[in-house]
Design a protein around this ligand. Structure first.
Ligand code: SF4
Length: 325
């Protein structure tokens, strides 16, 4: 195992639902409900699950774009939830985020050069000619041209806008980038180009990524380890090869069986999941996957399985042994 850059302990994010004329809390959405994991320096951790599983909320809580309800996030030997506004601002330089829809996060009235330069100016990293030179270098690093710095976001394609989002994140020299579905809105051919770019940049700059996606095929190429989330909890976490060849959680198996095979004539048992993801307001008792799990036993609705290491950092939360599923 490498050195831990980020350590997450008992992380929860609950949203109160207000109701009635007194606007009292009548219920709670448990979007993130007790996560424990580490992210090693220089690795890519894929974070996967269906929509509503809490993966994007997790990304936002890790950067304190949303305040956590409970838990700790240790970065640079300090719990970031203990930091004041000023300390947090300087820490944000080291922890950046790339969003699914880069267009929504790029100011349409600013040129691309100003968007990228603004991040440097806020953190006092460069000004004047030096800033302009760095912006040019960054644009070229992400596969655009220095001349494009005078253009506006609407003049670029979806893939190019994501490259601008990446350049903006890189402008402040981050250590870790949380990538929230960065290629989900792009055509498949463009997805591969952006992922390749991110891999090249990781190698060149020694970056660490948390790569959030809703399906296992997207993260397969780029991840070193993959974590699968279901209703606010992790259900499986393992090295990439181990997870794709020896998954031990029925939900991961179902997600894997939904990935189209390169050879359409090849035989593979498809696990069809019944029903939709239940509401995180009143999650099912015991193992929250039990109403949809084809292997559920009586114990599954009564006791919550622990998330335990079954060896070599392969964590699984399931009552059954691998031979039983
Ligand atoms: Fe299925 Fe039971 Fe395992 Fe949950 S604990 S995944 S319901 S077998």
């Amino acid at each position: 195992m490498g050195e831990a850059l980020l350590e997450v302990k008992g992380l929860k994010k609950h949203f109160p639902i207000k109701g009635g004329i007194l606007s009292k809390t009548v219920n709670t959405v448990k979007a993130v409900d007790g996560l424990n994991f580490i992210v090693e320096e220089g690795e890519t951790l894929g974070l996967v699950g269906e929509s509503g599983c809490g993966k994007s909320t997790t990304g936002r809580v890790l950067l304190r774009l949303l305040e956590a309800t409970e838990g700790e996030v240790i970065f640079n030997n300090q719990n970031i939830f203990d930091l004041g506004k000023r300390e947090m601002r300087s820490l944000r330089r080291e922890m950046q985020m790339i969003f699914q829809d880069p267009y929504a996060s790029l100011n349409p009235r600013m040129t691309v050069g100003d968007i990228i330069g603004e991040a440097m100016a806020i953190h006092g990293l460069a000004k004047g000619k030096d800033k302009e030179r760095k912006v040019r270098e960054l644009l070229e690093k992400v596969g655009l041209t220095a001349q494009q710095m005078r253009r506006y976001p609407h003049e670029f394609s979806g893939g190019q806008r994501q490259r601008i989002g990446i350049a903006r994140a890189l402008a402040v020299d981050p250590k870790i980038i949380i990538c929230d579905e960065p290629v989900s809105a792009l055509d498949v051919s463009i997805q591969a180009q952006v992922i390749n770019l991110m891999e090249d940049l990781q190698e060149e700059l020694g970056l660490t990524y948390i790569f959030i996606a809703h399906d296992l095929s997207v993260v397969k190429h780029i991840s070193d380890r993959v974590a699968v989330m279901y209703l606010g909890k992790m259900v499986e976490l393992a090295d990439k090869e181990e997870l794709y060849s020896n998954s031990q959680h029925p939900y991961t198996k179902a997600l894997l069986s939904a990935i189209p095979l390169a050879d359409p004539t090849a035989n593979r048992e498809k696990i069809i999941l019944e029903g939709d993801v239940p509401s995180p307001i009143n999650p099912p008792s015991g193992c929250s996957f039990h109403p949809r799990c084809p292997f559920a036993k009586d114990i599954c609705s009564q006791e919550e399985p622990e998330f335990v290491d079954r060896g070599n950092g392969h964590f699984v939360a399931c009552h059954l042994d691998p031979e039983e599923i």
